[in-house]
Design a protein around this ligand. Structure first.
Ligand SMILES: *Cc1c(COP(=O)(O)O)cnc(C)c1O
Length: 434
Protein backbone atom coordinates (compact mmCIF):
# COMPACT_ATOMS: atom_id res chain seq x y z
CA UNK A 1 0.00 0.00 0.00
CA UNK A 2 1.60 3.25 -1.12
CA UNK A 3 -1.14 5.75 -0.42
CA UNK A 4 -1.68 7.33 2.96
CA UNK A 5 -4.86 6.34 4.82
CA UNK A 6 -6.12 9.92 4.69
CA UNK A 7 -5.61 10.18 0.95
CA UNK A 8 -7.36 6.85 0.38
CA UNK A 9 -10.35 7.95 2.42
CA UNK A 10 -10.55 11.21 0.53
CA UNK A 11 -10.40 9.47 -2.86
CA UNK A 12 -13.05 7.01 -1.71
CA UNK A 13 -15.38 9.81 -0.76
CA UNK A 14 -14.75 11.58 -4.05
CA UNK A 15 -15.20 8.64 -6.47
CA UNK A 16 -16.49 5.41 -4.92
CA UNK A 17 -20.30 4.98 -4.90
CA UNK A 18 -20.98 2.27 -2.31
CA UNK A 19 -23.78 -0.31 -2.52
CA UNK A 20 -26.85 0.01 -0.28
CA UNK A 21 -25.37 3.20 1.14
CA UNK A 22 -26.73 6.71 1.61
CA UNK A 23 -23.67 8.45 0.23
CA UNK A 24 -24.44 11.76 1.94
CA UNK A 25 -23.88 10.01 5.29
CA UNK A 26 -20.86 8.14 3.96
CA UNK A 27 -19.13 11.24 2.60
CA UNK A 28 -19.96 13.42 5.61
CA UNK A 29 -16.86 15.11 7.09
CA UNK A 30 -17.22 13.26 10.41
CA UNK A 31 -17.39 9.81 8.79
CA UNK A 32 -14.11 7.93 8.60
CA UNK A 33 -14.60 5.04 6.16
CA UNK A 34 -13.28 1.78 7.55
CA UNK A 35 -10.54 0.60 5.19
CA UNK A 36 -9.84 -3.13 5.50
CA UNK A 37 -6.26 -3.93 4.65
CA UNK A 38 -5.86 -7.60 5.47
CA UNK A 39 -7.48 -10.60 7.07
CA UNK A 40 -6.66 -13.95 8.56
CA UNK A 41 -9.16 -16.63 9.52
CA UNK A 42 -12.22 -14.93 10.99
CA UNK A 43 -10.28 -11.72 11.70
CA UNK A 44 -10.15 -8.55 9.58
CA UNK A 45 -7.52 -5.86 10.05
CA UNK A 46 -7.91 -2.18 9.09
CA UNK A 47 -5.28 0.20 7.77
CA UNK A 48 -4.42 1.32 11.29
CA UNK A 49 -3.91 -2.30 12.40
CA UNK A 50 -7.09 -2.56 14.48
CA UNK A 51 -8.60 -6.05 14.45
CA UNK A 52 -12.23 -7.10 14.13
CA UNK A 53 -14.09 -10.38 14.02
CA UNK A 54 -15.74 -10.67 10.60
CA UNK A 55 -19.22 -11.10 12.07
CA UNK A 56 -21.05 -11.23 8.74
CA UNK A 57 -18.49 -13.21 6.74
CA UNK A 58 -17.88 -10.16 4.52
CA UNK A 59 -21.52 -9.93 3.52
CA UNK A 60 -22.26 -13.65 3.85
CA UNK A 61 -19.53 -14.88 1.51
CA UNK A 62 -16.58 -16.14 3.55
CA UNK A 63 -16.55 -19.80 4.60
CA UNK A 64 -13.15 -21.11 5.79
CA UNK A 65 -11.66 -17.78 6.83
CA UNK A 66 -9.63 -15.12 5.07
CA UNK A 67 -6.16 -15.67 3.68
CA UNK A 68 -6.51 -19.44 3.90
CA UNK A 69 -3.24 -21.00 2.71
CA UNK A 70 -4.95 -23.76 0.70
CA UNK A 71 -7.27 -21.42 -1.22
CA UNK A 72 -4.46 -18.88 -1.69
CA UNK A 73 -2.26 -21.64 -3.11
CA UNK A 74 -4.97 -22.91 -5.47
CA UNK A 75 -5.54 -19.43 -6.87
CA UNK A 76 -1.81 -18.77 -7.20
CA UNK A 77 -1.21 -22.12 -8.95
CA UNK A 78 -4.00 -21.40 -11.39
CA UNK A 79 -2.75 -17.85 -11.92
CA UNK A 80 0.64 -19.21 -13.02
CA UNK A 81 -1.18 -21.01 -15.86
CA UNK A 82 -4.02 -18.70 -16.90
CA UNK A 83 -6.49 -16.43 -15.13
CA UNK A 84 -9.34 -16.59 -17.59
CA UNK A 85 -10.36 -17.88 -20.96
CA UNK A 86 -13.80 -17.89 -22.53
CA UNK A 87 -16.32 -20.66 -21.97
CA UNK A 88 -17.79 -19.81 -25.38
CA UNK A 89 -16.03 -22.13 -27.78
CA UNK A 90 -13.51 -23.51 -25.29
CA UNK A 91 -13.39 -24.99 -21.85
CA UNK A 92 -10.94 -25.27 -18.96
CA UNK A 93 -9.92 -27.79 -16.33
CA UNK A 94 -11.02 -26.04 -13.12
CA UNK A 95 -14.47 -25.26 -14.55
CA UNK A 96 -14.93 -28.82 -15.83
CA UNK A 97 -13.91 -30.33 -12.49
CA UNK A 98 -16.06 -27.88 -10.55
CA UNK A 99 -19.18 -28.59 -12.62
CA UNK A 100 -18.71 -32.30 -11.94
CA UNK A 101 -17.91 -31.69 -8.29
CA UNK A 102 -21.03 -29.56 -7.71
CA UNK A 103 -23.28 -32.08 -9.45
CA UNK A 104 -21.75 -34.74 -7.17
CA UNK A 105 -22.92 -32.85 -4.08
CA UNK A 106 -26.55 -33.68 -4.93
CA UNK A 107 -28.26 -37.09 -5.12
CA UNK A 108 -27.30 -39.09 -8.22
CA UNK A 109 -29.18 -38.10 -11.39
CA UNK A 110 -30.77 -35.02 -9.81
CA UNK A 111 -29.06 -31.66 -10.39
CA UNK A 112 -26.59 -32.91 -12.97
CA UNK A 113 -26.07 -29.82 -15.18
CA UNK A 114 -24.16 -26.75 -14.09
CA UNK A 115 -24.32 -23.32 -15.75
CA UNK A 116 -21.77 -20.77 -14.53
CA UNK A 117 -22.35 -17.06 -13.97
CA UNK A 118 -20.92 -14.34 -11.76
CA UNK A 119 -22.96 -13.74 -8.62
CA UNK A 120 -26.16 -14.64 -6.86
CA UNK A 121 -28.29 -12.30 -8.95
CA UNK A 122 -27.07 -13.65 -12.25
CA UNK A 123 -27.41 -17.23 -11.02
CA UNK A 124 -31.08 -16.46 -10.32
CA UNK A 125 -31.50 -14.70 -13.69
CA UNK A 126 -30.14 -17.82 -15.42
CA UNK A 127 -32.58 -20.04 -13.56
CA UNK A 128 -35.51 -17.76 -14.38
CA UNK A 129 -34.67 -17.50 -18.07
CA UNK A 130 -34.08 -21.26 -18.29
CA UNK A 131 -37.49 -21.88 -16.73
CA UNK A 132 -39.19 -19.45 -19.12
CA UNK A 133 -37.47 -20.89 -22.18
CA UNK A 134 -38.13 -24.46 -21.02
CA UNK A 135 -41.86 -23.83 -21.03
CA UNK A 136 -41.67 -22.13 -24.42
CA UNK A 137 -39.86 -25.17 -25.80
CA UNK A 138 -42.55 -27.39 -24.30
CA UNK A 139 -45.25 -25.40 -26.11
CA UNK A 140 -46.45 -23.48 -23.05
CA UNK A 141 -45.18 -19.93 -23.68
CA UNK A 142 -47.76 -18.55 -21.25
CA UNK A 143 -45.84 -20.09 -18.34
CA UNK A 144 -43.54 -17.12 -17.88
CA UNK A 145 -44.56 -15.84 -14.45
CA UNK A 146 -43.24 -16.73 -11.00
CA UNK A 147 -44.33 -17.30 -7.45
CA UNK A 148 -42.11 -15.97 -4.71
CA UNK A 149 -42.59 -15.25 -1.02
CA UNK A 150 -43.20 -12.10 0.97
CA UNK A 151 -39.98 -10.51 2.14
CA UNK A 152 -37.98 -12.63 -0.31
CA UNK A 153 -34.60 -11.46 -1.54
CA UNK A 154 -33.06 -12.99 -4.64
CA UNK A 155 -30.66 -10.31 -5.87
CA UNK A 156 -30.65 -6.85 -7.39
CA UNK A 157 -30.57 -7.26 -11.16
CA UNK A 158 -33.97 -6.51 -12.64
CA UNK A 159 -35.13 -10.11 -13.16
CA UNK A 160 -33.94 -11.38 -9.78
CA UNK A 161 -35.30 -8.24 -8.14
CA UNK A 162 -38.78 -8.95 -9.52
CA UNK A 163 -38.83 -12.03 -7.29
CA UNK A 164 -37.93 -9.87 -4.30
CA UNK A 165 -40.45 -8.46 -1.89
CA UNK A 166 -38.68 -6.18 0.56
CA UNK A 167 -40.34 -2.84 0.00
CA UNK A 168 -37.36 -0.58 0.69
CA UNK A 169 -35.26 -2.46 -1.91
CA UNK A 170 -37.85 -3.51 -4.42
CA UNK A 171 -40.94 -1.30 -4.54
CA UNK A 172 -39.27 1.39 -6.67
CA UNK A 173 -38.72 -1.09 -9.51
CA UNK A 174 -41.85 -3.18 -9.02
CA UNK A 175 -43.58 -4.21 -12.21
CA UNK A 176 -40.62 -3.45 -14.45
CA UNK A 177 -39.21 -6.95 -14.59
CA UNK A 178 -40.61 -10.46 -14.68
CA UNK A 179 -44.20 -10.85 -13.55
CA UNK A 180 -44.18 -12.32 -10.04
CA UNK A 181 -46.97 -13.15 -7.60
CA UNK A 182 -46.00 -12.97 -3.97
CA UNK A 183 -47.52 -15.20 -1.31
CA UNK A 184 -46.78 -15.12 2.41
CA UNK A 185 -47.34 -18.74 3.36
CA UNK A 186 -47.65 -22.22 1.95
CA UNK A 187 -51.27 -22.24 3.07
CA UNK A 188 -51.91 -19.30 0.77
CA UNK A 189 -50.41 -21.24 -2.14
CA UNK A 190 -52.60 -24.25 -1.47
CA UNK A 191 -55.78 -22.17 -1.78
CA UNK A 192 -54.94 -21.31 -5.39
CA UNK A 193 -56.71 -23.21 -8.15
CA UNK A 194 -55.42 -24.25 -11.56
CA UNK A 195 -56.31 -20.92 -13.17
CA UNK A 196 -53.98 -19.10 -10.77
CA UNK A 197 -51.07 -21.44 -11.48
CA UNK A 198 -51.53 -21.89 -15.24
CA UNK A 199 -48.99 -19.19 -16.09
CA UNK A 200 -46.42 -20.07 -13.46
CA UNK A 201 -42.98 -21.24 -14.59
CA UNK A 202 -41.45 -21.76 -11.15
CA UNK A 203 -41.68 -21.05 -7.44
CA UNK A 204 -38.58 -19.49 -5.87
CA UNK A 205 -37.69 -19.80 -2.19
CA UNK A 206 -34.73 -19.28 0.11
CA UNK A 207 -34.68 -22.67 1.86
CA UNK A 208 -34.88 -22.82 5.70
CA UNK A 209 -34.17 -19.14 6.24
CA UNK A 210 -34.80 -15.83 4.49
CA UNK A 211 -31.62 -13.82 5.00
CA UNK A 212 -32.28 -10.26 3.89
CA UNK A 213 -35.75 -10.39 5.42
CA UNK A 214 -33.99 -10.37 8.81
CA UNK A 215 -33.10 -14.06 9.34
CA UNK A 216 -36.70 -15.35 9.15
CA UNK A 217 -37.03 -19.12 9.56
CA UNK A 218 -39.56 -21.21 7.68
CA UNK A 219 -41.68 -23.65 9.67
CA UNK A 220 -40.28 -27.17 9.59
CA UNK A 221 -41.58 -29.17 6.65
CA UNK A 222 -41.98 -26.12 4.37
CA UNK A 223 -39.64 -27.46 1.70
CA UNK A 224 -41.24 -30.91 1.66
CA UNK A 225 -44.71 -29.41 1.33
CA UNK A 226 -43.58 -26.99 -1.34
CA UNK A 227 -41.99 -29.86 -3.28
CA UNK A 228 -45.28 -31.76 -3.16
CA UNK A 229 -47.23 -28.65 -4.23
CA UNK A 230 -44.90 -28.05 -7.20
CA UNK A 231 -45.16 -31.69 -8.29
CA UNK A 232 -48.93 -31.51 -8.04
CA UNK A 233 -49.16 -28.33 -10.16
CA UNK A 234 -46.36 -29.11 -12.62
CA UNK A 235 -44.37 -26.03 -11.62
CA UNK A 236 -40.59 -25.93 -11.17
CA UNK A 237 -39.13 -25.58 -7.70
CA UNK A 238 -36.22 -23.13 -7.63
CA UNK A 239 -34.05 -22.99 -4.51
CA UNK A 240 -31.97 -19.90 -3.90
CA UNK A 241 -29.11 -21.24 -1.78
CA UNK A 242 -26.93 -18.23 -2.53
CA UNK A 243 -26.72 -17.42 1.18
CA UNK A 244 -27.53 -20.80 2.79
CA UNK A 245 -25.19 -22.91 0.65
CA UNK A 246 -21.79 -24.31 1.61
CA UNK A 247 -22.32 -25.21 5.24
CA UNK A 248 -23.86 -22.01 6.56
CA UNK A 249 -26.88 -23.80 8.06
CA UNK A 250 -24.85 -26.77 9.36
CA UNK A 251 -25.30 -29.00 6.30
CA UNK A 252 -23.64 -28.46 2.92
CA UNK A 253 -26.98 -27.20 1.57
CA UNK A 254 -30.03 -26.14 3.56
CA UNK A 255 -32.34 -28.33 1.46
CA UNK A 256 -30.59 -31.46 2.79
CA UNK A 257 -32.22 -30.84 6.16
CA UNK A 258 -35.61 -31.70 4.67
CA UNK A 259 -34.29 -34.18 2.14
CA UNK A 260 -35.75 -32.15 -0.70
CA UNK A 261 -34.13 -31.73 -4.09
CA UNK A 262 -35.33 -28.83 -6.25
CA UNK A 263 -35.47 -28.73 -10.06
CA UNK A 264 -33.11 -25.76 -10.12
CA UNK A 265 -30.70 -24.32 -7.57
CA UNK A 266 -28.73 -21.07 -7.49
CA UNK A 267 -25.33 -21.03 -5.75
CA UNK A 268 -22.96 -18.11 -5.31
CA UNK A 269 -21.63 -16.20 -2.26
CA UNK A 270 -19.78 -19.05 -0.45
CA UNK A 271 -19.02 -21.04 -3.60
CA UNK A 272 -15.41 -19.81 -3.82
CA UNK A 273 -15.05 -19.76 -0.04
CA UNK A 274 -15.81 -16.05 -0.29
CA UNK A 275 -12.75 -15.26 -2.41
CA UNK A 276 -13.94 -14.45 -5.92
CA UNK A 277 -17.20 -13.68 -7.69
CA UNK A 278 -18.50 -16.91 -9.20
CA UNK A 279 -21.94 -18.48 -9.32
CA UNK A 280 -23.60 -21.60 -10.60
CA UNK A 281 -27.13 -22.59 -11.55
CA UNK A 282 -27.67 -26.34 -11.42
CA UNK A 283 -30.66 -27.98 -13.10
CA UNK A 284 -31.98 -31.46 -13.78
CA UNK A 285 -31.00 -33.45 -16.84
CA UNK A 286 -34.64 -33.24 -17.98
CA UNK A 287 -34.52 -29.44 -18.10
CA UNK A 288 -31.15 -29.52 -19.86
CA UNK A 289 -32.28 -32.06 -22.48
CA UNK A 290 -35.25 -29.92 -23.41
CA UNK A 291 -32.78 -27.37 -24.84
CA UNK A 292 -31.18 -29.94 -27.18
CA UNK A 293 -31.88 -29.92 -30.90
CA UNK A 294 -30.51 -28.99 -34.30
CA UNK A 295 -29.07 -25.47 -34.42
CA UNK A 296 -31.84 -24.29 -36.74
CA UNK A 297 -34.49 -25.39 -34.26
CA UNK A 298 -33.40 -22.46 -32.10
CA UNK A 299 -33.54 -24.32 -28.80
CA UNK A 300 -30.11 -23.05 -27.69
CA UNK A 301 -29.94 -21.17 -24.38
CA UNK A 302 -28.65 -17.82 -25.63
CA UNK A 303 -27.39 -16.52 -22.34
CA UNK A 304 -23.89 -16.13 -20.95
CA UNK A 305 -21.43 -13.86 -19.24
CA UNK A 306 -17.91 -12.86 -20.27
CA UNK A 307 -16.45 -14.46 -17.16
CA UNK A 308 -18.57 -17.64 -17.18
CA UNK A 309 -16.49 -20.53 -15.82
CA UNK A 310 -13.64 -18.21 -14.78
CA UNK A 311 -10.61 -20.38 -14.07
CA UNK A 312 -9.40 -18.51 -10.98
CA UNK A 313 -12.85 -18.58 -9.37
CA UNK A 314 -13.33 -22.25 -10.19
CA UNK A 315 -9.89 -23.10 -8.76
CA UNK A 316 -10.81 -21.27 -5.55
CA UNK A 317 -14.15 -23.11 -5.40
CA UNK A 318 -12.48 -26.51 -5.86
CA UNK A 319 -10.03 -25.69 -3.06
CA UNK A 320 -12.87 -24.54 -0.80
CA UNK A 321 -14.83 -27.74 -1.43
CA UNK A 322 -11.72 -29.84 -0.77
CA UNK A 323 -11.30 -28.06 2.57
CA UNK A 324 -14.72 -29.30 3.72
CA UNK A 325 -13.19 -32.79 3.65
CA UNK A 326 -9.62 -32.01 4.66
CA UNK A 327 -10.64 -29.90 7.63
CA UNK A 328 -13.74 -31.91 8.47
CA UNK A 329 -15.55 -28.57 8.46
CA UNK A 330 -19.16 -29.62 9.03
CA UNK A 331 -18.68 -32.21 11.81
CA UNK A 332 -16.43 -29.72 13.61
CA UNK A 333 -19.00 -26.96 13.17
CA UNK A 334 -21.79 -28.83 14.96
CA UNK A 335 -20.64 -28.20 18.56
CA UNK A 336 -20.06 -24.51 17.77
CA UNK A 337 -23.60 -24.22 16.41
CA UNK A 338 -24.76 -25.54 19.81
CA UNK A 339 -22.46 -23.12 21.59
CA UNK A 340 -23.95 -20.25 19.59
CA UNK A 341 -27.41 -21.49 20.55
CA UNK A 342 -26.51 -21.23 24.24
CA UNK A 343 -25.00 -17.79 23.85
CA UNK A 344 -28.10 -16.52 22.04
CA UNK A 345 -30.29 -18.04 24.76
CA UNK A 346 -28.30 -16.18 27.40
CA UNK A 347 -28.54 -12.93 25.46
CA UNK A 348 -32.31 -13.02 25.07
CA UNK A 349 -32.70 -13.91 28.77
CA UNK A 350 -30.33 -11.29 30.12
CA UNK A 351 -30.56 -8.32 27.76
CA UNK A 352 -33.84 -6.42 28.17
CA UNK A 353 -33.54 -4.89 24.70
CA UNK A 354 -33.46 -8.24 22.90
CA UNK A 355 -36.92 -9.64 22.18
CA UNK A 356 -35.96 -12.68 20.14
CA UNK A 357 -33.00 -14.51 18.67
CA UNK A 358 -33.42 -16.73 15.63
CA UNK A 359 -30.82 -19.21 14.50
CA UNK A 360 -30.28 -21.49 11.53
CA UNK A 361 -26.96 -23.25 11.95
CA UNK A 362 -24.21 -20.63 11.99
CA UNK A 363 -26.63 -17.82 11.10
CA UNK A 364 -28.26 -15.70 13.79
CA UNK A 365 -30.68 -12.77 13.89
CA UNK A 366 -31.07 -10.73 17.09
CA UNK A 367 -34.18 -8.50 17.33
CA UNK A 368 -33.96 -5.19 19.20
CA UNK A 369 -36.82 -3.56 21.12
CA UNK A 370 -37.14 -0.66 23.55
CA UNK A 371 -37.43 -0.97 27.35
CA UNK A 372 -41.18 -1.58 27.01
CA UNK A 373 -40.64 -4.37 24.53
CA UNK A 374 -41.88 -2.21 21.62
CA UNK A 375 -40.11 -1.79 18.27
CA UNK A 376 -38.00 1.35 17.88
CA UNK A 377 -38.97 3.86 15.18
CA UNK A 378 -37.01 2.76 12.09
CA UNK A 379 -35.69 6.30 11.61
CA UNK A 380 -33.70 5.89 14.84
CA UNK A 381 -31.50 3.32 13.04
CA UNK A 382 -30.89 1.40 16.28
CA UNK A 383 -29.67 -1.71 14.46
CA UNK A 384 -27.17 0.33 12.51
CA UNK A 385 -26.03 2.15 15.66
CA UNK A 386 -25.64 -1.12 17.58
CA UNK A 387 -23.40 -2.45 14.81
CA UNK A 388 -21.31 0.74 14.89
CA UNK A 389 -20.96 0.40 18.67
CA UNK A 390 -20.04 -3.30 18.32
CA UNK A 391 -17.21 -2.24 16.04
CA UNK A 392 -15.62 -0.42 18.97
CA UNK A 393 -15.71 -3.77 20.79
CA UNK A 394 -13.98 -5.59 17.94
CA UNK A 395 -16.92 -6.97 15.98
CA UNK A 396 -17.90 -6.05 12.44
CA UNK A 397 -21.38 -6.88 11.29
CA UNK A 398 -24.45 -5.33 9.70
CA UNK A 399 -28.09 -5.25 10.68
CA UNK A 400 -31.28 -5.76 8.74
CA UNK A 401 -33.19 -2.81 10.16
CA UNK A 402 -33.43 -3.59 13.91
CA UNK A 403 -32.24 -7.16 13.59
CA UNK A 404 -28.54 -7.56 14.26
CA UNK A 405 -27.20 -10.31 12.02
CA UNK A 406 -24.36 -12.58 13.15
CA UNK A 407 -23.06 -14.93 10.46
CA UNK A 408 -19.31 -15.43 11.00
CA UNK A 409 -17.04 -17.68 8.90
CA UNK A 410 -17.33 -21.38 9.68
CA UNK A 411 -13.80 -21.35 11.13
CA UNK A 412 -14.87 -19.00 13.98
CA UNK A 413 -13.86 -20.52 17.33
CA UNK A 414 -15.94 -20.83 20.51
CA UNK A 415 -13.83 -18.12 22.14
CA UNK A 416 -14.44 -15.80 19.17
CA UNK A 417 -18.17 -16.49 19.41
CA UNK A 418 -18.00 -15.58 23.11
CA UNK A 419 -16.33 -12.26 22.26
CA UNK A 420 -18.81 -11.56 19.46
CA UNK A 421 -21.81 -12.05 21.73
CA UNK A 422 -20.18 -9.97 24.43
CA UNK A 423 -19.57 -7.17 21.92
CA UNK A 424 -23.20 -7.32 20.78
CA UNK A 425 -24.51 -7.36 24.37
CA UNK A 426 -22.43 -4.31 25.35
CA UNK A 427 -23.25 -2.47 22.13
CA UNK A 428 -26.98 -3.00 22.62
CA UNK A 429 -26.83 -1.69 26.18
CA UNK A 430 -24.87 1.37 25.05
CA UNK A 431 -27.25 2.20 22.23
CA UNK A 432 -30.61 1.23 23.71
CA UNK A 433 -30.38 2.32 27.35
CA UNK A 434 -32.27 5.64 27.55
C1 LIG B 1 -26.96 -12.15 -1.62
C2 LIG B 1 -28.11 -12.93 -2.12
C3 LIG B 1 -28.45 -12.92 -3.49
C4 LIG B 1 -27.73 -12.04 -4.48
O1 LIG B 1 -26.41 -12.39 -4.64
P1 LIG B 1 -25.36 -11.31 -5.22
O2 LIG B 1 -24.09 -12.10 -5.30
O3 LIG B 1 -25.30 -10.20 -4.23
O4 LIG B 1 -25.87 -10.88 -6.54
C5 LIG B 1 -29.47 -13.73 -3.90
N1 LIG B 1 -30.16 -14.48 -3.03
C6 LIG B 1 -29.86 -14.52 -1.73
C7 LIG B 1 -30.64 -15.42 -0.83
C8 LIG B 1 -28.84 -13.74 -1.22
O5 LIG B 1 -28.57 -13.74 0.09
Amino acid sequence: MTDSPDNLRELDKRHFWHPFTQMREWTAPDHDPLVIASGEGAILRDLEGREYLDGNSSIWTNIHGHNHPAINRAIRDQLERIAHCSALGSTNEPAILLAARLAGLFPPDSLSRCFFSDDGSTAMECAMKMAIQYWQLKGCPGRCEFFAFSRAYHGDTLGAASLGAISSFHSRFAGLGVKTHHVSTLAELSTLDASATRNIAAVAIEPLVQGAAGIRLWPEGTLRELRAWCDCHGVFLLFDEVMTGFGRTGTMFACEQENVVPDMIALAKGLTGGYLPLAATLVTEEIYETFLGEVEEGRTFFHGHSYSGNALGCAAALASLALFEEENTLPRLAPRIEHLRQLLGNLVRENAYVSECRQAGFIAGIDLVDADGQPFAWTEQRGHRVCLAARRHGLLTRPVQDTVVLMPPLCTTEAQLDSALEAIDRAILEVCTP
